[in-house]
Design a protein around this ligand. Structure first.
Ligand SMILES: Nc1ncnc2c1ncn2[C@@H]1O[C@H](COP(=O)(O)OP(=O)(O)OP(=O)(O)O)[C@@H](O)[C@H]1O
Length: 568
């Protein structure tokens, strides 16, 4: 794996525990838990005033100090292999632990190896927080294993997206760079499965996987056998993994793994957001009595207070494109080089805004990323954007979680996100590892209930909309392919149909708004037609204002027409 790309930006800055955490409870000698007394380790220094909360279940239990813990404090402790410490301090150039790293390290490291659910703000080093103890377990136990010859996975990390899986694998590779005998492998969709399988069976100590592809591989008995001694199972972005879409696959994966107790497997769940259902579903991976460690005080908006969040309201959906252009032009006035991520609600809307911005001559390179794009192109786009000095990436939620792009100056969110968690994770693509950044949330008047109610903990800075590019946007839209515009319209309807309750709209109102967007925003001369079966699937059968046409032959034969649906 490419080591260079990862390290360059890390060297630019030292992370010194820039948390904004207020102590929830005064620390006294009675309520202080000294991690080092349990483990024999050199504990992080205790001068810190800021503290973090450790909870079992949902109840605060003890407080631990956060600031000023250094990786070099671990030298001579026998807790972390000296080579791992060398790699972190000399190769990655990290001197201080981030708050979440300091708060979890002793619980997660051997010999404690507690099962933990961990929450910390975006971009605060959760990946290293779980990799370091898990890799230490691998190193400690590898020496004692009798069957070292045949491949045995010690650490399995499951991630919701392929891009994030690749990034985690890269970070694990970086941490193991001074150990020649350990191998990090990937099991992700959209790539050559046979090749992946060969690599896993050849040698694999750390496997980073997405749920679907992992299950595919698990159908092979030989691959299944590599998990016989699985020591650590990590779910990154746990609340996403445990929500409706993935929980069935996860259940199946866990059922195929050896019994947790028999192999003494440690479970870790990490995320910046912990939705309520995670506590219930955590039982799948964590033993009863697991710890819940959070560096986000209860009731605090889980976004970084140092990130200004601007709220731009436009009167109607057809003005949104112009407002996006206005934002980027404003950004260009402020910075010579800038990196913006624009999040759109659906793949087709990302295509639309991406196309608009890419047609303007005063913009830096523009790329688009969503799940309808081939994996090889997605990987290329991610790598190019990571390395770029000045660029615009228009994307859906595929990159909302976990992706670590250095130097993102601004995250623009266009239209309401699917939920509060999505807003937080998207915003977290900027201002990472102590860097500066800002968020811009563009909504229409009709959508203004979302920041007002769903994001009520966040103090937005109202900002005027610059829609001076309306005519330019219209000119670009007018010459777009008619079929593409029809797909965007359909995607718009599909997306907002899921939010009818928030808008208090009827189906008729939804369609009326969608039609106005088609005419004024997409410059469609007529209301675009929608196939009968698609109307049915959208739950819009019989709604006034739609132009319904018979299904094309492929749809009638039972297959969905290309480009339909609402994938992100
Ligand atoms: N101790 C440290 N000192 C300096 N930089 C660090 C440290 N630990 C991690 N980083 C860097 O901070 C950045 C953010 O880390 P990471 O991607 O793990 O954040 P995260 O908390 O997982 O974010 P998200 O919630 O978005 O997934 C990365 O570039 C990482 O290399």
């Amino acid at each position: 794996m490419d080591q260079r790309r990862h390290s360059n930006h890390q060297r630019r800055r030292g992370f010194r525990g820039k948390n904004n955490i207020r102590p929830r409870r005064a620390r006294t000698d009675e309520n202080r838990t000294d991690a080092s007394s349990q483990t024999g380790a050199a504990a992080p220094p205790r001068q810190a005033e800021q503290e973090d909360t450790v909870m079992t279940g949902a109840t605060p239990e003890v407080t631990v100090p956060l600031d000023d813990a250094k990786f070099s404090d671990l030298k001579g402790s026998n807790l972390v292999h000296p080579t791992l410490i060398e790699t972190i301090t000399n190769d990655l150039n990290f001197s201080h632990m981030t708050p979440v790293q300091a708060a979890t390290l002793h619980d997660l490291l051997p010999p404690s190896r507690s099962d933990c659910l961990v929450q910390a703000k975006t971009g605060t080093g959760k990946t290293l927080a779980f990799l370091l103890p898990a890799l230490q377990t691998l190193i400690t136990n590898h020496r004692n294993q009798a069957d070292r010859g045949s491949p045995a996975v010690s650490l399995l990390v499951i991630s919701p997206t392929r891009e994030l899986a690749m990034q985690i694998a890269q970070e694990a590779t970086n941490l193991l760079q001074r150990f020649s005998n350990f191998h990090v492998r990937l099991a992700i969709g959209g790539t050559n499965k046979d090749q992946e399988e060969r690599r896993i069976l050849q040698s694999c100590n750390v496997l980073v996987a997405t749920p679907g592809r992992l299950l595919d591989h698990m159908a092979n008995e030989d691959v299944l056998y590599t998990f016989r001694n699985l020591e650590t199972l990590v779910l990154d972005e746990a609340d996403r993994l445990l929500d409706m879409g993935f929980s069935k696959a996860l259940r199946e994966i866990v059922s195929k793994l050896p019994n947790k107790k028999e192999v003494n497997r440690q479970g870790m769940l990490f995320s910046a957001t912990i939705a309520q259902h995670v506590h219930q579903a955590a039982d799948l991976v964590l033993s009863p009595g697991y710890k819940f460690i959070s560096t986000v005080p209860a009731g605090e908006a889980n976004t970084h207070q140092r990130v200004p969040q601007l709220l731009i309201k436009v009167d109607k959906f057809s003005s949104v494109g112009a407002a996006v252009v206005g934002c980027i032009r404003e950004e260009a006035k402020q910075h010579q080089d800038f990196k913006v991520i624009i999040f759109a609600p659906t793949a087709h809307l990302a295509d639309f805004y991406g196309h608009i911005v890419s047609q303007l001559s005063d913009m830096p390179p523009v790329s688009i990323l969503h799940s309808r794009i081939s994996q090889s192109k997605r990987t290329k786009t991610t790598n190019e954007y990571r390395d770029a000095r000045s660029a615009i990436l228009v994307a859906t939620d595929v990159i909302a979680r976990g992706m670590d792009f250095p130097g993102v100056t601004t995250v623009v969110q266009v239209g309401i996100p699917s939920d509060k968690e999505s807003y937080i994770h998207r915003l977290g693509r900027t201002a990472r590892a102590g860097a500066e950044g800002r968020g811009i949330f563009i909504v229409t008047e009709a959508e203004s209930w979302f920041p007002r109610w769903t994001l009520k903990e966040i103090t937005f800075i109202p900002h005027p909309a610059d829609v001076s590019a309306l005519a330019e946007v219209e000119a670009i839209a007018t010459v777009m392919d008619e079929t593409d515009r029809a797909r965007i319209y359909q995607a718009w309807l599909g997306y907002y149909k899921n939010h009818l309750k928030g808008f208090k709209w009827t189906n008729e109102e939804l369609v009326a708004q969608g039609n106005t967007f088609a005419h004024d925003g997409l410059a469609c001369p007529e209301t675009p037609p929608i196939a009968k079966s698609t109307v049915g699937k959208m739950g819009l059968k019989g709604t006034r204002g739609l132009v319904v046409v018979p299904d094309p032959p492929r749809a009638r034969s039972g297959r969905a027409p290309r480009g339909r649906g609402n994938r992100s």
